[in-house]
Design a protein around this ligand. Structure first.
Ligand code: NAD
Length: 248
């Protein structure tokens, strides 16, 4: 039996499934992974210089410009076959049996139809006032000012989770419930090094769940899962979902 068939067999036997997705799922949509986004003019920066509250405080214009450029790139990208297959999978199992946790900030899962995707790291598409916490989802692309003043007299920052910040409490609660209740967790296109999501697979396993990984490369969790499938998310995930949803 090959890895895809073994993964499908495990998944079919499970009642509740959790997916944890990362930047690799969006790679074939043309959304750069975090490292790849630091190209061209941005190559000289370290993510720590751009993705922290301290960076925003020190140079709000620079950080706003970087996020606004990433937002513009994402707006021109389309969901790929992996996003669409995940959406079909979720629709087939229904919300009581399927939870999608994503570290992605690009909203491509939602654009593919996964309306209940839990955004662990927020999203690039929304900005948040530093004074009031009020959010704005409809600011023009590109922003007319960098930094961008908010009506309350603060600045708009991206509504993403920066290094050193906590995950949104509601997203974390939903994730904890799903992880502790699931029978299987599937980690797709994530390097499994950014905490706390990096520990989600071990957490689910400690509660008795099986674990499957789909990734182009080996990761720190590859040896600790039941099935590790090496390949591109846009090829592997549709093939897996087709096996799962096939009526024999
Ligand atoms: P990461 O960049 O650390 O890891 C991406 C993983 O995907 C790697 O293991 C890589 O080998 C794998 N990969 C690359 N292309 C693939 C493909 N086509 N198919 C399957 N796997 C592939 O990303 P991460 O683990 O999500 O964590 C990094 C942080 O960066 C997260 O906090 C996330 O919020 C943020 N981020 C998000 C986006 C996005 O929304 N698309 C983009 C960049 C960064």
């Amino acid at each position: 039996m090959n890895d895809l068939d073994r993964a499908a067999e495990i998944l079919r036997a499970c009642e509740r499934t959790v997916l944890l997705t990362g930047a690799g799922v969006s790679a074939e949509s043309g959304v750069p992974t975090f490292r790849d986004a630091l190209d061209g003019l941005w190559a000289k920066y370290d993510p720590m210089q751009l993705a922290t509250p301290q960076a925003f405080e020190a140079d709000p214009a620079l950080v706003t410009r970087w996020y606004d450029e990433r937002r513009r790139r994402v707006a021109s990208c389309e969901p790929n076959a992996a996003h669409r297959a995940i959406s079909r999978w979720g629709a087939a199992l229904g919300p009581d049996r399927f939870t999608l946790l994503t570290q992605n900030v690009d909203r491509l899962h939602q654009r593919a139809g996964s309306e209940n995707a839990v955004e662990l790291h927020g999203t690039l598409l929304v900005w948040r006032c530093t004074l009031t916490g009020e959010t704005a989802a409809d600011l023009p692309v590109p922003l007319p000012h960098c930094p961008m003043p908010s009506p309350a007299g603060g600045l708009y920052r991206p509504d993403v989770v920066w290094f050193g910040e906590s995950l949104p409490p509601e997203a974390m609660r939903t994730a904890a419930r799903a992880i502790e209740d699931c029978d299987v967790i599937v980690s797709i296109g994530t390097s499994a090094v950014v905490e706390p999501a990096a520990s989600f697979v071990a957490w689910a396993r400690n509660h008795g769940a099986a674990a499957i990984e789909i990734n182009r490369d080996a990761t720190p969790i590859s040896d600790a899962v039941d099935v590790s499938i090496r390949g591109l998310a846009a090829e592997i995930v549709p093939a897996l979902v087709e096996r799962l949803l096939r009526v024999d």
